[in-house]
Design a protein around this ligand. Structure first.
Ligand code: FUB
Length: 349
């Protein structure tokens, strides 16, 4: 028996069918990328030919589960790097701690990152001292930090889940927002209303759904260059999705990628647990709903990012394989497949 064949058999006894570190090849199921801590909401980027993952760092803090997500009580970020999609994912230590953000109080939720003019930017949602989610920014000369936060949140920012997309012309846009615990509904009239706990409530089911927001960033990447605008998603008849359309309307976890000359806005439908997408010829939309990227994973939340790496497309996401608990998640990656027309094939995790 040849030696490499023998090695393959031994490996398959330990690891199942032949697969890489991320568990992607053949019929193998993707495996958690990180096993020694809980990680979620992975925003992946390719910087200098390497993959960097900016996830939430889930911890057990014994806060009971509620509709506002109090049980997601995260305190710091670790950034992971991978030389290739097969891993391993290297932990680069604490990149930012809530205690070092002067205006922040609690709950460091899903972050994202960007690079411009020799500086890396880490964008993060966190509740301020009045328990209102704002979006902050921190800078570093290294993609893995440590990051130094600005003294105040981004002026005019609110809600959660920033995703910063830089277009081919160098213009960068922040997509953000999340309903329920993400507080987007509280800003519905432009003024904060703490009594709106989840969606807009009864009577709004037949109204256009709340939308994510988008704002172009100034060249310094620290502030918005315009007032945030609505990311409108239309149905097949050209009508905005309605609040009651829970299988298709935006909930949280925005992501933007460009494929050819089209802009793909993808997001979580929250309480219906789908990752869905909509397409436009402008980064501002309006977007037309196209379908489901991923069916529900184990755990309540579903949150993703999409990158191109060495000519292939990948989706980073999370589930709760390691813990079985909604607030203690683990990130994974798998390849994203498309039809010839660019539409995304639905993944059943
Ligand atoms: O991780 C906390 C929150 O859960 C995120 O901000 C949401 O997108 C959801 O994944």
């Amino acid at each position: 028996m040849r030696l490499n064949y023998l090695v393959a058999i031994i490996l398959s006894i330990f690891y199942g069918t032949s697969e890489n570190a991320a568990g992607q090849s053949g019929s193998a199921k993707p495996k958690p990328l990180i096993k020694d801590m809980y990680t979620a909401d992975p925003s992946a980027h390719v910087f200098n030919g390497k993959i960097y993952i900016y996830p939430s760092h889930d911890v057990e803090s014994n806060v009971p589960q509620d509709d506002e997500g109090g049980h997601f009580n995260m305190r710091d970020y670790h950034i992971f790097s991978m030389d290739n999609i097969n891993g391993p994912a290297k932990d680069n230590g604490v990149a930012l701690d809530v205690k070092d953000i002067p205006w922040a109080a609690r709950q460091l939720w899903a972050p994202d990152a960007a690079f411009k003019n020799g500086t890396y930017y880490l964008y993060f949602p966190v509740k301020d001292k009045k328990d209102v989610f704002r979006i902050g920014v921190a800078t570093s000369k290294s993609p893995t930090g440590p990051f130094k936060p600005e003294a105040n949140p981004i002026p005019g920012s609110y809600s959660i889940d920033p995703a910063v997309f830089t277009d081919k012309d160098g213009k960068a846009y922040m997509y953000f927002g999340g309903i329920w615990g993400g507080q987007l509904q509280r800003w519905h009239t432009g003024k904060y209303n703490a009594s709106l706990k989840t969606d807009l409530g009864k009577g709004h089911e037949n109204q256009p759904a709340l939308t994510a927001k988008v704002a172009r960033m100034k060249d310094n990447m620290l502030v918005f260059d315009e007032s945030p605008k609505n990311v409108v998603i239309l149905d097949e008849k050209g009508k905005p999705l309605l609040s009651k359309d829970a299988d298709r309307r935006f909930f949280e976890g925005a992501w933007m990628h460009r494929f050819g000359d089209k802009y793909y806005f993808s997001y979580s439908t929250g309480d219906t647990h789908l990752l869905a997408y909509a397409v436009s010829s402008s980064p501002y939309g309006p977007f037309t709903y196209k379908g489901v990227i991923m069916k529900p994973v184990s755990g309540w939340t579903t949150h993703h990012s999409i990158i191109e790496f060495k000519g292939k497309w990948y989706i980073f996401y999370h589930d709760v394989e390691l813990s079985g608990k909604t607030h203690l998640r683990n990130i994974k990656v798998r390849e994203l497949a498309r039809e010839k027309d660019g539409s995304i094939k639905t993944i059943t995790p």
